[in-house]
Design a protein around this ligand. Structure first.
Ligand SMILES: Nc1ncnc2c1ncn2[C@@H]1O[C@H](COP(=O)(O)OP(=O)(O)OP(=O)(O)O)[C@@H](O)[C@H]1O
Ligand SMILES: [Mg+2]
Length: 270
């Protein structure tokens, strides 16, 4: 296990956080079809911290990441990035803020099939009217092990290779904040370890903020802290976690989720 530095946690909502969520709720649908994916989340992420978010499937992790990154608007509550309230921005300004300050690795990659690997990696900067630095693009593609595949299109790549393109795209402009949804889900152990190092390095060297959803306790152990989600609410955290501690906590969360599902089922059966 790699050595990690222990970082002090600042007060939620206090100054100095790059991302702050306050009492965020997100309800999908209406009436009897309504699903409360997030039910009052308050948390802050300081610059130079690497946080893993874990929880059972359906606990709200992707919704949480999308709301925190301004890809989705909460039903209520606030999100601030570098002190800027996202609710105060119109769609155009929000898009600009995302392109300038945020890198996002989607659970489903979201690559454009008609573009090459190189073009996919450069796209966010080009949309922002910036000229991508060719050396930086080459460097990040080399580091995710795709230096020789830059002319290929996503359809010519394996799932894990596509995931690495998505990671390269999020990293290349060195944004202040990176959100990554299961960035190692499709990778073998060694490639996953390389990618996790790639995510962790700028946290230490440049004070970047990384928030990563993962199901993998080993991946989570690369983070400074792990926060747990269950049924749309925060369900504890671990600082400087080991993979064993994370796995143990997840077992208990999983048991809780199953019990809840069991109650719901018996409710239906009655
Ligand atoms: N667009 C949507 N419309 C309706 N319900 C949704 C929508 N997106 C998510 N949900 C529901 O919100 C809840 C949280 O979903 P979310 O995708 O955030 O979970 P997750 O923790 O990321 O799960 P997984 O680990 O499977 O990716 C789930 O019950 C899901 O069915
Ligand atoms: Mg998800």
């Amino acid at each position: 296990m790699k050595k990690k530095t222990r970082r002090s946690q600042e007060t939620v909502g206090g100054t100095g956080h790059s991302v702050v969520l306050h009492d965020v709720r997100r309800v999908y649908g209406r009436g009897s079809n309504a699903v409360t994916a997030l039910n009052g989340i308050s948390i802050g992420f300081a610059p130079g911290t690497f946080t893993a978010v874990m929880g059972p499937s359906g606990s709200g992790k992707s919704t949480f990441l999308h709301c925190a990154a301004g890809l989705d608007r909460p039903t209520s509550g606030t999100v601030h990035i570098d002190g800027q309230s996202l609710a105060d921005l119109n769609e155009r300004r929000l898009t600009e803020l995302r392109r300038e300050r945020i890198g996002f690795v989607f659970q489903s990659f979201n690559l454009l099939p008609a573009l090459t690997v190189w073009q996919n990696v450069c796209l966010p900067q080009e949309l922002d009217g910036r000229r991508p630095n060719r050396t930086a693009v080459r460097d990040v593609l080399d580091r995710v092990g795709l230096g020789d595949r830059h002319k290929h299109r996503p359809g010519e790549l394996s799932g894990g290779q596509q995931q690495r393109v998505a990671i390269a795209r999020a990293l290349v402009a060195r944004p202040a904040v990176i959100f990554a949804d299961e960035p190692t889900g499709a990778l073998d152990t060694q490639t996953a370890a390389d990618v996790l190092e790639l995510l962790r390095e700028p946290v230490r060297t440049q004070g970047q903020t990384v928030v990563m959803v993962t199901h993998d306790p080993v991946a989570a152990s690369y983070a400074d802290q792990v926060v747990f989600l269950a049924d749309g609410v925060l369900a504890g955290s671990l600082t400087s976690p080991t993979a064993e501690e994370v796995a143990d906590r997840m077992t208990h969360l999983g048991a809780r989720a199953l019990t809840t599902a069991g109650h719901a089922f018996s409710g239906v059966a009655r």
